[in-house]
Design a protein around this ligand. Structure first.
Ligand code: GLC
Length: 546
């Protein structure tokens, strides 16, 4: 094994598989391991280095599987342990790694420990694995503090004997108590369990929320608005000790296992603390995802992320979409300034131009893949999928819909089953779907007909071919992947940077064409040049320097 193999994660392109919606191997309308195994060649041909699979553990699926009932087993809806092991082997055989998702902040209320906690008395060891507290007010009828669930409403639920338990997410997702040694040990056992089966690493769910301040003080507006180390439950400094311990576990394997943190910590300096040499290897730079489609905003966020990560010796980790945000085709279809609104609910009443959204999405991808560091692709972005914006209310599944009192539609629009082939639902998503046996678990919009992998395969100008070409060049070109970036002067509203040896990226984020640099040879373009040979708005070029 060469040093380069050991450091694969420094410049990897990782493909996120939202398993419930990727491909359905048994025709029940829900994606599964069999479906994924059947599509591994699609991923290998795309040219990705690894896949990250969203939670596939037994779960009531109240929050899409982030409500885990048993961390060391497979949800029968998705398959079984033997299929999981076969998938690992087959993915590795194709030269791709496999990352799983660990959810350490909370369990499902269906977890055996939570059942035991409910059956046990206040003050018992069973309750100490969670965050149970008496209520406030004369009869304890008020929640213990003013914290709110991320999905809406209070973060506390009362149980029949009068105690309350904390749930920063859905009411079915009780937070666990990270001061409890059993809780810590159990997660480490889970990490080893999957590492021993050949899993290459983990994405860490809400990696900045596990530690709660002693005494669980109220959030004070104006004081706790930032994640600066003083927030009662976000990005507290004590969380880092957990990752030092996990890193030791990961490093005890040969080759070492890797982690990527999902931590929505806006300050890049604080985010980089998760990436100190004895902590995690990577963390998503979500400020890039949130950036407006405007040159200064993009440039500032890229520069800051690289600088702060460089300071701790870690690569930046770029991402444009995932299962929690509106698909970027649809975000970019709105005004450029709306980059900062990333949920469908932020966008719904804004006028949209989806042709423009797709054009910008192609340009954004070539920008991302030219940056130094690692990049994550979300399933379906290689098909240019838009967000499904009008799923009927009675089919919405995201707990956000209920907990917001039917004011927020939530994240289902980016979780719709993928269109693989054909002209009508389920567009090849379900293998052997017999008519009348129910359809995909979320309805697929008619726009998906134009986005099937089969159709895009047949069109050399399609976004699918653009992704493949970009990944092929990225792999072969010595300047791409890890390394440095140097910004160059460029016309207002554009970005230009070089990577050595001999590579320039030019991104026209302005609304007018700009001229092509002299002596430049085009390696790849996100769209055609104007008929006068200049670079149109919302277009990225990869150039070979003279
Ligand atoms: C993360 C997941 C999201 C989930 C939440 C609670 O943000 O990405 O899907 O709802 O954590 O686990």
């Amino acid at each position: 094994m060469t040093a380069n193999d050991l450091d694969w994660w420094r410049d990897a392109v990782v493909y996120q598989v939202y398993i419930r919606s990727f491909a359905d191997g048994n025709g029940d309308g829900v994606g599964d391991i069999a479906g994924l195994r059947g599509k591994l060649d699609h991923l290998a041909r795309l040219g990705v280095d690894a896949i990250w699979i969203n939670p596939w553990y037994p779960s009531p699926l109240a929050d899409g599987g982030y409500d885990v009932a048993d961390y060391r087993s497979i949800n029968p809806t998705f398959g079984d342990t033997a299929q999981a092991e076969a998938l690992l082997t087959e993915t590795h055989e194709r030269g791709m790694k496999v990352l799983l998702d660990i959810v350490p902040n909370h369990h499902s209320d269906a977890h055996a420990w939570f059942r035991a906690a409910l059956a046990a008395a206040p003050g018992s060891p069973e309750r100490d694995r969670y965050v149970f507290r008496p209520g406030r007010g004369p009869d304890g009828a008020e929640p213990p503090n003013n914290w709110e669930s991320m999905f809406g409403g209070p973060a506390w639920e009362r149980v029949p004997d009068g105690e309350w338990y904390l749930h920063l997410f859905d009411v079915t997702q009780p937070d666990v108590n990270w001061d409890n040694a059993e809780v810590r040990d159990d997660v480490e056992t889970t990490l080893r369990f999957w590492f021993d089966r050949g899993v290459d690493g983990f994405r860490i769910d809400v990696a900045n929320a596990m530690i709660k301040q002693d005494g669980l003080p109220d959030i004070v507006e104006g004081v706790n608005d930032e994640q600066d180390g003083n927030h009662p439950y976000l990005d507290r400094d004590e969380v880092h000790e957990i990752y030092r311990s996990w890193r030791r576990i990961g490093d005890s394997y040969d080759p070492p296992k890797v982690f990527v943190a999902e931590a929505w910590v806006p300050d890049p300096e604080r985010l980089a603390r998760y990436l100190r040499p004895d902590e995690l290897q990577t963390a998503f730079s979500f400020n890039f995802l949130r950036a407006a489609w405007l040159a200064p905003d993009l440039k500032d966020n890229i520069t800051e992320a690289i600088a702060e990560n460089d300071a701790v010796g870690a690569p930046a980790t770029w991402v444009l979409s995932n299962h929690d945000v509106a698909r970027h085709v649809s975000r970019l279809a709105r005004k450029p300034e709306t980059g900062r609104g990333y949920w469908l609910d932020d966008l719904l009443d804004l006028p949209a131009d989806f042709t423009l959204g797709l054009r910008r999405a192609r340009a954004a991808t070539l920008l991302m893949l030219a940056l130094p560091g690692t990049a994550y692709l979300y399933q379906g972005e290689e098909l240019g999928l838009p967000e499904a914006e009008d799923i009927p209310a009675d089919q919405l599944d995201d707990p956000t819909w209920e907990l917001s009192g039917h004011t927020k539609r939530g994240r289902d629009g980016c979780r719709v089953p993928l269109p693989w082939s054909g002209d009508a639902p389920p567009y090849g998503f379900s293998i052997d779907a017999s008519p009348g046996v129910g359809g995909p678990w979320l309805p697929q919009p008619p726009e998906f007909a134009a986005c099937t992998a089969e159709k895009l395969e047949a069109d050399p100008e399609s976004i699918l071919h653009l992704y493949r070409d970009a990944l092929m060049i990225r792999k072969a070109h010595p300047a791409l992947g890890g390394g440095e970036l140097t910004w160059k002067d460029s016309p207002e509203g554009t970005l230009a940077f070089t990577r050595e040896p001999g590579f320039t990226a030019l991104v026209n984020v302005s609304s007018t064409p700009v001229s092509l640099p002299e002596d430049a040879e085009i390696l790849l373009a996100s769209g055609p040049l104007t008929r006068y040979g200049s670079v149109p708005a919302d277009t990225t070029l990869w150039l070979r320097n003279a």
